[in-house]
Design a protein around this ligand. Structure first.
Ligand code: ADP
Length: 270
């Protein structure tokens, strides 16, 4: 099944003026007939079974589905963290499924942002040092105006000299969000970015992710099992057994929960 690229709904990046950098085409990431199998022979597991999907630039996508349905594998293949067994993956116009390790490392560093469940901040660095660390390592100078805007968007202006231990979990994750945004990546991937947060801190982070899409033109793809988290997205993709089986636009937590229950013949999601 091919899922359509929706350019309606929220404004697209090109309409924002000072938007997230990089990327020219309306499709930020694309998978075409992607198969990913682990192991061989009797132990072979097909994690992705012919996935076709497109992520529109400036759009916020949530990926949901039961445990083992292939959510993380899809995200890893789209982000260049894992290779595909067959099929093609594109980041903008670059086919990443043909790249070697070194090129993939460079592509991830220069063009992709990540937010993980564990915040992965360095404890000895303060907030602003953590935010600029990946760019420092890459030898790139942050654009001061953009950095200011990112810091304001995630509401950290008065916390920049604090170390992670002096920040709440929600604030630490906002630092991680700002770190991902600072380099103006073409796309940000999140793996359960609010999984370790209480609901109030989680809502804060989700709100900032939403604002980064609306105000900064960011493209975001996020794996989640949480209907509330998914409701912040423009679009929810549902995976089952390595295939995209459904999608929902303009989700609400209630609609997502109803849809999960409808699929729940197969049990819990995670
Ligand atoms: P989800 O994120 O939806 O829980 P995953 O993408 O982690 O699902 O896994 C999809 C399927 O692929 C599962 O059956 C899982 O056991 C298998 N799988 C994932 N990673 C590996 C791996 N490194 N080696 C072997 N099997 C794997």
């Amino acid at each position: 099944m091919t899922t359509a690229v929706g350019l309606s709904g929220h404004e697209q990046g090109s309409g924002h003026g000072d938007t997230a950098a990089g990327g020219r085409s309306a499709v930020a990431a694309r998978a075409s007939q992607v198969v990913k199998a682990y192991g061989a022979g009797e132990t072979r597991v097909v994690a992705l079974d012919g996935v076709d999907v497109e992520m529109a630039r400036g759009e916020y996508t949530a990926i949901m589905g039961p445990s083992g349905s292939g959510k993380s594998t899809l995200m890893h293949c789209l982000a260049g963290l894992d290779t595909v067994s067959s099929g093609q993956v594109f980041l903008d116009d670059t086919e990443i499924s043909g790249l070697g390790d070194k090129q993939l490392t460079q592509l991830r560093r220069d063009r992709v942002g990540f937010i993980f469940q564990s915040f992965n901040l360095l404890p000895t660095l303060n907030a602003i040092e953590n935010i600029t660390l990946p760019m420092d390592i890459a030898g790139r100078r942050p654009d001061p105006a953009w950095l200011r805007r990112v810091v304001e968007t995630v509401g950290l202006t008065d916390r920049l000299k604090h170390r992670p231990s002096e920040l709440s979990g929600g604030q630490q994750q906002r630092v991680a969000v700002a770190r991902a945004l600072a380099a103006r990546p073409e796309i940000i991937f999140g793996d359960e970015p609010t999984g370790n947060l209480d609901s109030r801190s989680g809502a804060e982070v989700l709100d900032f992710l939403r604002r980064s899409v609306d105000e900064l033109g960011q493209t975001i793809v996020m794996v989640t099992h949480d209907p509330v988290a998914a409701s912040y997205a423009d679009r929810v993709l549902y995976l089952a057994d390595g295939r995209i089986v459904d999608e929902m636009r303009r989700p609400t937590a209630e609609l997502v929960l109803d849809r999960m229950k409808a699929f729940d013949g197969r049990g819990r999601t995670s």
